[in-house]
Design a protein. Structure first.
Length: 396
C-alpha cells in the first residue's frame, strides 16, 4: 500500500488526510475507549443497565448525524432490541412526538462533537422544557453544550479523540462509531464486546488495500473528475454509508455530489440522465445480500447508461462497488474507506481552496478560521469563545 509521496501541492485538508490514510485510518477503529463516563448520572446509568429504555432518539447535525445513522443501521443489522430514531432538526415534531421524547422508556442522545452547533443547543432547551432533560445524555467533545448541560446537572459523555483534525471530524467517523460500541457495551446496552471483530476487520483492510486497489480508486477518481455524482444504495447502506460518502466528496474533494435510495431514484431522478450536456456519474453500492430484484435493477442501470454505443451516454459514467465481504464490519469499512480514497484522489485533482462556508451557513463558530487560529487543537473544546470569533461567522 503506497500513497504517492511526490511534492505536488495539496490543499491543507487533503494533505492532512494523506498522512492519515492507510493503517492509521484503519487502526483508529480500535480507539473506542477514548471517552469519559465520569459526568454520566449514576441513577441514569443504573436505569440503562437495567434495560428500562426501549427507544433511543439520537439528535445530531453533520458528522454527528452520520454516526447516529450508523448506530441505527448497526442495531437493525445485528438485531439489538431497541427502536432507534435519528433526528436532524430541532423542529422535532416532524420526526418524533413530544410524548415520545419525554416518555419514561425513551433515552435521548444529543451528539455534537464541537459542542457549538446551534441546533443541538436549541434541542437541548426543548428537552429541558419537556422534562428537565433527565432522560438525556450529551455526547460531545466539550463546547457550549457540555458547559450548559453540566451546569444543569445533566449527563455528559465527552470524547477525547487521539488525533482530532481541527477542521474535519469527518476523518474520525470510524472512531466515533467504535466509541459508541464500547460505550454501549460498558453501559450494558449491547451484550458483546466487538473489539475482536474490529481487529479482524483492521487486518482485512490492511491486506485488502494494496497498490492494485488504490489504483482502482485512483482510476475511478480520474473518471469522475468534473462530474456531478449521485450515490445509490438500498435503504440499508443508504442510511449507514451514503451520507458520510457524500460529505467526503462535497467537503474534501469539493465535488458536487448527492445521494438517493436506489429504487426511489429509478422512479424519479433517473430521467435527468436522458442526454446530459455535462458529465454525470452514477455510483452504486451493491450488497451480496441484496435481493434478486435489486441485483437486476443494478444490471439494468448499468446497461441503460453504461453502453458506449448509445450516443446519449457520452457524458455518463456508471460505477459499481461490490460489498461481498463476510461480515458487517468488513462490508461497512471496505466501502467507506474505498470511497474515502476516491474522494482523496479527487481532492488532489480538483485543488479547490476551501472557504468558511459551513461555519457561516450553520452558524457554528468553532469551525471558523478565526477560531481555528485561536484554538488550534480540537480537544478540550472551551465552553466560551471570544465575541470576535462568534462575530466571524456572521455575514455583514
Amino acid at each position: 500500500m503506497n500513497i504517492e509521496t511526490t511534492k505536488e501541492f495539496m490543499q491543507p485538508r487533503v494533505e492532512r488526510l494523506s498522512k492519515f490514510l492507510g493503517a492509521p485510518l484503519f487502526e483508529s477503529t480500535l480507539w473506542g475507549h477514548e471517552y469519559k463516563l465520569d459526568a454520566l448520572n449514576e441513577a441514569l446509568r443504573d436505569r440503562i443497565a437495567k434495560g428500562e429504555f426501549r427507544k433511543f432518539v439520537f439528535y445530531g447535525m453533520g458528522c454527528s448525524s452520520v454516526v447516529s445513522d450508523i448506530v441505527k443501521g448497526f442495531f437493525l443489522t445485528t438485531g439489538v432490541d431497541i427502536e432507534v430514531e435519528v433526528v436532524n432538526d430541532y423542529d422535532t415534531e416532524w420526526f418524533v412526538s413530544d410524548r415520545v421524547l419525554a416518555a419514561d422508556d425513551t433515552l435521548v442522545f444529543i451528539v455534537c462533537y464541537s459542542g457549538w452547533s446551534v441546533e443541538p443547543c436549541l434541542f437541548y432547551d426543548r428537552m429541558k422544557s419537556l422534562n428537565g432533560a433527565k432522560n438525556l445524555i450529551v455526547l460531545t467533545g466539550g463546547g457550549k453544550i457540555a458547559k450548559i448541560a453540566k451546569e444543569d446537572g445533566n449527563s455528559v459523555i465527552e470524547y477525547q479523540l487521539r488525533h482530532a483534525d481541527r477542521e474535519y471530524p469527518l476523518y474520525h467517523v470510524q472512531q466515533f462509531f467504535s466509541i459508541f460500541l464500547d460505550m454501549f457495551y460498558k453501559l450494558k446496552i449491547i451484550e458483546k464486546d466487538y473489539t475482536p471483530e474490529l481487529q479482524d476487520s483492521v487486518n482485512y483492510l490492511i491486506e485488502k488495500f494494496d497498490d492494485d486497489l488504490l489504483a482502482e480508486a485512483k482510476a475511478m477518481a480520474e473518471s469522475l473528475k468534473d462530474s456531478r455524482i449521485v450515490f445509490l444504495a438500498t435503504a440499508k447502506w443508504y442510511t449507514q454509508l451514503l451520507k458520510q460518502t457524500t460529505m467526503f466528496f462535497n467537503e474534501i474533494a469539493m465535488v458536487p455530489s448527492h445521494r438517493n435510495m436506489l429504487h426511489e431514484y429509478s422512479h424519479t431522478e433517473v430521467a435527468a440522465y436522458s442526454d446530459p450536456n455535462q458529465k454525470q456519474a452514477i455510483v452504486m453500492l451493491l450488497d451480496s445480500d441484496d435481493d434478486d430484484y435489486t441485483k437486476r435493477k443494478v444490471e439494468t442501470i448499468e446497461k441503460l447508461f453504461g453502453d458506449p454505443d448509445v450516443k446519449q451516454n457520452k457524458n455518463i459514467s456508471v460505477w459499481r462497488v461490490d460489498l461481498d465481504q463476510d461480515t458487517f464490519f468488513k462490508k461497512f469499512y471496505y466501502a467507506h474507506f474505498f470511497m474515502v480514497y476516491v474522494a482523496f484522489y479527487l481532492g488532489k485533482m480538483s485543488n479547490v481552496e476551501g472557504r468558511d462556508l459551513i461555519s457561516i451557513a450553520a452558524k457554528n463558530p468553532w469551525w471558523s478560521q478565526e477560531s481555528i487560529d485561536e484554538h488550534p487543537k480540537c480537544v478540550d473544546i472551551p465552553g466560551e469563545l471570544s465575541s470576535s470569533i462568534q462575530e466571524s461567522i456572521e455575514i455583514t
